[in-house]
Design a protein around this ligand. Structure first.
Ligand code: S3P
Length: 443
């Protein structure tokens, strides 16, 4: 374990770009491996989570080679063309890698074994097992439907119509990937729209996906199985979930001004920006454009006072990974913030609802959890800090509390910075380049 200390700073200034989007990077690899021919991916996130997907696809028989910085070449097997993996597929810390790849192999006539780190082995898999079993796949799992698990893929997969019981893009995507090697039409209904990167990228590769509105704001997504998908170059935009850390840091540290270039602004990922605007943040989006079929812009933020915010439950799917850092902003804001509908945070890389509440409490902030609502009492001045935080294999808890340390009056120490490399390699160097003071406790 590598502990790190984040000290209060004067101002953060700079003009940066951010590593590639993690969700889109997984999908770019999986779909290019499922296409016929070669794909060149640029801007791929080279974090451990995405590298786990790349390694698994190699075990399934795809050619996946690194060409240079963020540039990868994939030789696809064509839909239904994967081989039985000869080894256990190790997913590391990545729920997305595990759930999407289990979906992919669930409609292939062979057996695969999946495992992961202690965090991933504690996460629920029933949510994908239930729909994938309807395709005809069979599962053996550890107690509580957890990894390690074995999946015996369906020999003759049957298309399904499935309504998501939880708002989860991973579950939706697992079903759509299983549907690729399944004849006929598979339909997923989601009551609350979740990130649509799978739908956009399936279309980019030439699959037939239709999306219709469902009553009450939901969506009905239909994929025609056995599409002829062909290799096609993909450019991955910057990850808004990673950008969130320097952006919030710059809003909180007086005198800061920061521009982040080429950030994804897909509306199904942009809930944090809505919250920050409602808190009174100075942020502007310029140079709106498309990268790889996804909306992208440059984002400039300037530090200034923030006020408390009430975040409705319906917004949760559009910012599900941003609550740790939003809670840090709320702790520095003036007034009470209430974030509703956070049940899913309990089953992320760690129990994030608990981790946020415990960490902020230790740092001298008043926090309450009322069922699935997080209540943070901000006092409009820098909180105390001066505490040690357990990251529990959770990259976003680690980064959120390093940001907290920049805005607090006393340093904040995290016990383990290792998990940051799962999603944001280079985070510490990038932040220190802006003026942050993250280093060893003794430095
Ligand atoms: C992701 C979906 C979200 C998110 C995760 C990435 C994806 O998870 O938390 O970091 O790429 O589909 P859920 O689908 O479990 O909400």
């Amino acid at each position: 374990m590598r502990s790190l200390c984040s000290r209060p700073v004067e101002a953060l200034k700079g003009d940066i770009s951010i590593p590639g989007d993690k969700s889109i990077s997984h999908r770019a690899l999986i779909l290019s491996a499922s296409a016929v021919g070669e794909t060149r991916i640029s801007g791929l996130l080279e974090g451990e989570d995405v590298l786990a997907t790349a390694a698994a696809l190699r075990c399934l028989g795809a050619g996946v080679e690194r060409g240079g910085d963020g540039v990868w070449h994939v030789h696809g097997r064509g839909v239904g063309g994967f081989d039985e993996p000869a080894a256990v597929l190790e997913m590391g810390n990545s729920g997305t890698a595990a759930r999407l790849l289990i979906g992919l192999v669930a409609s292939h006539p062979f057996t695969s074994f999946f495992s992961g780190d202690a965090s991933l082995r504690a996460r629920p898999m029933k949510r994908i097992i239930e729909p994938l079993a309807q395709f005809g796949a069979a599962f053996e799992t550890r107690e509580g439907d957890r990894l390690p698990l074995a999946v015996r893929g369906a020999r003759n997969p049957i298309p399904i119509a499935y309504t998501l019981p939880v708002a989860s893009a991973q579950v939706k995507s697992a079903i759509l990937l299983a549907a690729l090697n399944t004849p006929g039409l598979t339909t997923v209904v989601e009551a609350q729209p979740t990130r649509d990167h799978s739908e956009l990228m399936l279309r980019h590769f030439g699959a037939k996906v239709t999306v219709e509105s469902a009553p009450g704001g939901g969506r009905v997504i239909t994929l025609a199985g056995h599409p002829e998908i062909a290799g096609k170059d993909v450019a991955v935009p910057g990850d808004p979930s990673s950008a969130a850390f320097p952006v919030v840091a710059a809003l909180l540290v007086a005198g800061s001004r920061l521009t982040v270039r080429g950030v994804g602004v897909n509306p199904l990922r942009a809930g944090l920006l809505d919250c920050l605007r409602e808190m009174g943040a100075g942020l502007t989006l310029t140079e709106a454009r498309q990268v790889g079929g996804e909306p992208v812009a440059d984002l400039t933020v300037e530090a200034g006072p923030l006020k408390g915010v009430d975040v409705p439950a319906e917004r949760a799917p559009t910012m599900i990974d941003e609550y740790p850092v939003l809670a840090v902003a709320a702790a520095c804001a003036d007034g009470v913030s209430r974030m509703h509908g956070l049940g899913e945070l309990r089953v992320k890389e760690s129990d994030r609802l608990r981790a946020i509440a415990d960490g902020l409490t230790r740092a001298g902030v008043k926090v309450e959890i009322d069922a699935d609502t997080l209540i943070v009492h901000g006092r409009g001045r820098p909180p105390l800090g001066g505490c040690a935080i357990e990251t529990n294999l959770d990259h976003r808890i680690a980064m959120a509390f390093l940001v907290f340390g920049m805005a607090a009056t006393e340093p904040v120490v995290i016990d383990d910075a290792g998990p940051i490399d799962t999603s944001f390699p280079g985070f510490v160097a990038l932040m220190n380049g802006l003026g942050a003071r993250i280093g060893d406790e003794t430095s």
